[in-house]
Design a protein around this ligand. Structure first.
Ligand SMILES: [Zn+2]
Length: 304
């Protein structure tokens, strides 16, 4: 099935006292769920977390990478998502088979498989004048398990930013495939008028669910328009977003090399090779006998 390209927009409203980020993430959520072969409820949890991480990451000016980790006691066991400043995201859940019957509202019971635990956020700002900046760590308890509320609680409790987040993943029942995903984040900044906050709260509470609007063909801007009702906003930037992992065969070789000569010699003797599976994207890398031999006795560079 083909979809329009995933995208994310940044926007502003009420004289820059409101920060808005919205994204359609159908393809990247579907790809992540395909790669990890997730059951429907786990798909919703993973898709929401990937989207929430992309949205949150966009609100920091000097961000290089952001990692969001849910360490949870429910059946799912945990969720990890990592997004870059360039619009790429990757992630996984600990138990892809986690699934429960629908909740009382007839929705996928994400809260049920997440359960209680902690949400951790790690922000890496990258390099500045050749110096690695210290990463920022924040942790808050999981207050809901429905993911979006947990992001909003994290922002309020850890960064003192009031926000509303809505995330949605629609899993088509027959093929258990993600056919719509996306969400938005609304942050109120210092100096915001009380009346603006009240108007936004009212508009958002009356808005249709994000997956309904995406399934009806809405892009990120249209989604924000429907969420905000008659509150005007200006779109500042639009970016493509995608699922992309950082792993590669070369990285797999570096990981095996780092195990040390003794370990590599042992692998060569016992298994005649080494197999590595990337947690984030489920890609499998196989190092054959010759590759392991080359780690033990690198070929001399030819001197001309
Ligand atoms: Zn990977």
């Amino acid at each position: 099935m083909e979809y329009r390209e995933d995208h994310l927009i940044q926007a502003t409203a009420a004289d820059a006292t409101i920060r808005l980020v919205a994204a359609v993430t159908t393809n990247l959520a579907a790809e992540a769920c395909d790669r990890h072969n997730t059951a429907p409820t786990a798909s919703a949890a993973l898709g929401r977390t990937l989207t929430g991480t992309l949205l949150l990451g966009r609100t920091y000016k000097d961000l290089e990478y952001i990692t969001v980790r849910f360490d949870c006691k429910g059946l799912l066991g945990g969720i990890v998502a990592e997004a870059s400043a360039h619009g790429t995201v990757r992630g996984y859940v600990r138990n892809p088979a986690a699934h429960l019957p629908p909740n009382a509202l007839g929705k996928l019971d994400v809260k049920g498989i997440v359960g209680s635990g902690m949400m951790h956020v790690i922000r890496e700002a990258g390099f500045e004048i050749g110096l690695m900046k210290e990463p920022y760590y924040g942790s808050t308890p999981i207050v809901s398990g429905e993911i979006a509320e947990d992001f909003a609680h994290y922002l309020a409790a850890s960064e003192q930013i009031n926000s509303a987040m809505s995330l949605g993943v629609f899993v088509e029942a027959e093929q258990e495939r993600v056919t719509a995903a996306g969400g938005y984040l609304i942050q109120t900044l210092p100096g915001v008028e009380e009346s603006t906050v009240a108007a936004i709260e009212k508009a958002v509470s009356n808005a249709a669910h994000v997956t309904e609007t995406i399934r009806a063909g809405a892009g990120a801007e249209e989604m924000l328009r429907l969420a905000l009702g008659d509150i005007p906003f200006d779109v500042l930037e639009t970016h493509p977003v995608e699922f992309r992992c950082k792993c590669s065969y070369e990285r797999a070789v570096r990981i095996v090399t780092a195990l040390g000569q003794e370990e590599v010699a042992d692998m060569l003797e016992k298994d005649k090779g080494a197999e590595l599976t990337c947690h984030f994207c489920n890609s499998v890398y196989y190092l054959d006998e010759a590759a392991l031999q080359n780690i033990l006795e690198p070929l001399e560079p030819v001197v001309m």
